[in-house]
Ligand binder design. Structure first.
Ligand SMILES: [Zn+2]
Length: 488
């Protein structure tokens, strides 16, 4: 499959975008450069090998011959092309960041559409704001087919065992208020193991388990019912053969949770623990055979709170699952609740992650300034400020009122885009403009225009053109992927 060709050969190609200065560019970044070898970039698409071997075809674009070579080939997989008799764009996603996005998709839920069905006399549209925002599940024919035939929706390579992290005697206890004797349930819970207390018990019983961290235990042991309650039992009996790989996972714990947070930190660094006292004892580090008072003290004695190492490790983990907003929140929690935090060092190392959401629309420096403003706002609520950590006071006003646009400029841009339109797009634009005129002169009081068309046919381009034109006319409007709302 070949892309375009677009660019100067074909400025009206669907892929063409425009930057702030009105320069046109291909949003899919074609033509790509020739290269000898495939390069896996950091957090970006792979750059595939494209051989400069003279192979090309000649394509007629608006009557001109255009040479199309390897630089225009869309990444593909021959097996998939053959199997589906179709063009399939295939990209390798090998970055750890893709996990984060996969998770987002899993938890986003079904495809949705906002819709209303209303019947009223044909000239009048009932505008009921609540109804307009009814969220409906949206199932395409493809998906319906897939589900009706009960094809698999997902596969899993590893089982994940969630590991309890709880303070002594603070394990979760479940009960039914209507028919459980709560006192009885509590004393039962005291005797029953959790995955954590069963780990203590396993270490006491099985010497070889002491070579593993808590989170590694599920790789070799199964949590199951033994003769006297729940235990960790060696997988695969005497042979130790493991069929289904398994991973252990401890809940993430917010630094604000204090002791529980430090308990988890200890669990990440201590092996062979046989009791709570054992967990609190740091004899190997400071020669003190008495258990420490708190988990935080034990962390300190082990050198886990020295310098920024722990916090950098913490963000290194968090940046792969937390959203930029959550990361900023964690940063603020650590600044206000942590100890030995080198705020500047964490900022410098993770600023890209803290500003990830803003950098989609803004240049890097501006996105980072914006992230600092957001962090400062949160710190301010906690009675703190970045200025206490060697930062200049962020310019809070910078993002208060985003620059108002210049109507003349917007109108010019709208008109320029309109000149490049296909006839069908132009029909939409002139129709909408006519209706706006009618709204202005009072022959129309309200209205709703529905634009339908398959994906990629240029609806967004049409909306954008209309938006520029309406800004040019200084008309109030709002816009999202599906809707443009206009108020005259
Ligand atoms: Zn293009």
């Amino acid at each position: 499959m070949l892309h375009g060709p677009c660019g100067d050969h074909n400025p009206r190609c669907a892929c063409m975008s425009e930057d702030k200065d009105g320069r046109k560019f291909c949003s899919k970044k074609f033509p790509k450069a020739f290269r000898e070898t495939t390069i896996l970039g950091n957090n970006s698409y792979a750059e595939y090998r494209r051989r400069d071997n003279g192979v090309h075809i000649v394509k007629k674009i608006y009557g001109n011959d255009v040479i199309v070579d390897n630089r225009w080939v869309v990444p593909y997989n021959p097996v998939l092309s053959l199997k589906y008799h179709a063009h399939v764009n295939v990209e390798i996603c090998a970055s750890i960041k893709s996990i984060k996005y996969l998770y987002k998709y899993v938890y986003k839920g079904h495809d949705c559409a906002r819709m209303t069905i209303s019947v009223k006399d044909s000239n009048q549209i009932e505008h009921d704001e609540i109804k307009t925002y009814l969220n409906m599940r949206y199932v395409t024919p493809h998906e319906a087919f897939w589900r009706i035939f009960e094809f698999t929706l997902d596969e899993k390579s590893h089982a994940v065992t969630r590991l309890d992290v709880h303070l002594p005697n603070e394990q979760l206890v479940y009960y039914k208020p209507e028919n459980d004797n709560i006192r009885q349930r509590l004393s039962d819970a005291e005797l029953r193991n959790t995955t954590l207390t069963a780990w203590f018990e396993l270490n006491a019983r099985v010497p070889e388990a002491r070579t593993l961290y808590y989170y590694e235990i599920p790789e070799k042991y199964t949590y199951k019912k033994g003769a006297h309650g729940m235990i960790w039992d060696r997988k695969g009996g005497i042979t130790g053969m493991v069929n289904k790989p398994c991973l252990g996972r401890m809940y993430a714990i917010h630094p604000k949770q204090g002791e529980l947070f430090y308990l988890r930190m200890l669990l990440l660094h201590k092996k062979g623990v046989q009791s709570w006292e054992d967990l609190l004892t740091t004899e190997d580090f400071d020669g003190d055979s008495e258990p420490k008072e708190t988990f935080q003290d034990a962390c300190r004695a082990m050198g886990l709170l020295d310098g920024n190492v722990q916090w950098e490790a913490y963000f290194d983990e968090a940046k792969d699952y937390a959203t930029p907003f959550q990361l900023r929140e964690l940063f603020v929690a650590i600044i206000t609740h942590g100890e030995n935090v080198d705020v500047r060092a964490i900022w410098d190392r993770f600023k890209e992650d803290f500003a990830e959401d803003f950098s989609r629309n803004d240049a890097v420096e501006r996105a980072e300034r914006r992230a600092l403003v957001e962090i400062e706002k949160m710190l301010d609520n906690a009675g703190d400020s970045l200025t206490n950590y060697g930062f200049d006071k962020p310019n809070m006003a910078e993002f208060e009122n985003e620059k108002p646009w210049d109507p003349v400029e917007e109108m010019a841009r709208g008109n320029a885009m309109r000149r490049d339109m296909y006839p069908a797009q132009e029909r939409v634009v002139s129709f909408v403009l006519k209706k706006i005129e009618e709204l202005k002169n009072g022959t129309l009081t309200n209205g709703c225009i529905f634009i339908d068309g398959p994906g990629g046919c240029g609806k967004t381009y049409t909306y954008r053109t209309l938006c520029y034109l309406m800004r040019g006319m200084e008309i109030k409007w709002t816009y999202d992927a599906q809707n443009v709302r206009i108020a005259v």
